[in-house]
Design a protein around this ligand. Sequence first.
Ligand code: NAD
Ligand code: UDP
Length: 334
Amino acid sequence: MDDTVRTGRALVAGGAGFLGSNLCARLLADGWEVVCADNFQTGRARNLAGLAGHPRFSVLRHDVIEPLAGIEVDRIYNLACPASPIHYQADPLKTLRTCVLGAMQLLELARRCGARVLQASTSEVYGDPLEHPQREGYWGHVNPIGPRSCYDEGKRCAETIFMEYARHEGVAVRIARIFNTYGPRMAPDDGRVVSNFIVQALAGQPLTIYGDGTQTRSFCYVDDLIDGLVRLMESSSEVGRPVNLGNPAELTMLEMAELVRLLTGAQVPLVHRSLPEDDPTQRCPDISLARRCLGWWPRVDPEEGIARTVAYFNSERDRAGRGRPRREALTNAV
Ligand code: NAD
Ligand code: UDP
């Protein structure tokens, strides 16, 4: 980390989403002036409810594929992109435009302002990995023409664009390869596994296991991840390459379902649905680089993190009122 504690104006593209809104809250707490830019495709005003009215916070309804004129910033976090498979596959060409054109627009803004810019990349750049755990040097095993490709290849192309702006345009870039992250401010209809299982358990519904449930993911609690993003952004420029951020605690989906049943106390059955095409069979980050360069590693284990997330979804249910209809977990497998 740079020794100097500095603040200024930070732009969070995708700031109304799950990670983005948690990042906005963290940056405000650190003293930054924060501008959230979002087209609200998957983001929610609800995520910003606690921040609205803060004197250093503002929101722009903006699509990152368009230029962002008339604004000066010191830091740009590019989190704008739907992250859940059901959402990024709903309009694949839009996902590609967001990944590719969004990256270019925000890099142009960074060049104009002399700002530092961080790309929220993803473990999906490794595809269905043949190397385990995944180090940053692994080039991945990605289907370029499948239903997940709009996201995987869009994010891979965005990494290329970021590295070329660094090499040829002198823009100060950071690239975080984020592994599956969960926690408060996830939408109940997000469609990813943790929110689905918790929403289903709290509603007394069966937990939907796609495939046989032996596929693995490594789940990171949101506060840990956000801390990693901020550390990476403020790190010295020698980290001129992508950095894995995630929790190496690897679980099968059957183990995650058990954990959710345990922590909700819900006596609900499991129901199997078909495995989506190209669903990766295993995923776990090697975080040696983040440990070495950022002094970062996750502090919250899955039991603690899932318990906090259950508490969050419980409080959202209470707030919505038990009489009102709620949007339940969205699933895409049949
Ligand atoms: P999310 O869907 O909750 O948030 C994405 C946000 O981006 C939403 O507010 C959405 O409205 C906004 N957005 C989408 N397209 C936009 C556009 N064209 N212009 C402006 N705003 C747009 O997802 P999330 O989990 O918060 O993910 C945030 C970022 O982190 C994404 O880029 C995602 O690829 C990356 N990421 C997340 C995870 C994870 O586990 N949460 C893992 C890997 C990478
Ligand atoms: N999954 C599941 N039930 C669900 C939602 C997802 O079993 O209700 C599985 C999914 O097939 C994948 C894993 O959980 O193997 C993680 O899915 P998610 O969409 O959360 O993230 P990603 O596949 O993008 O890592």
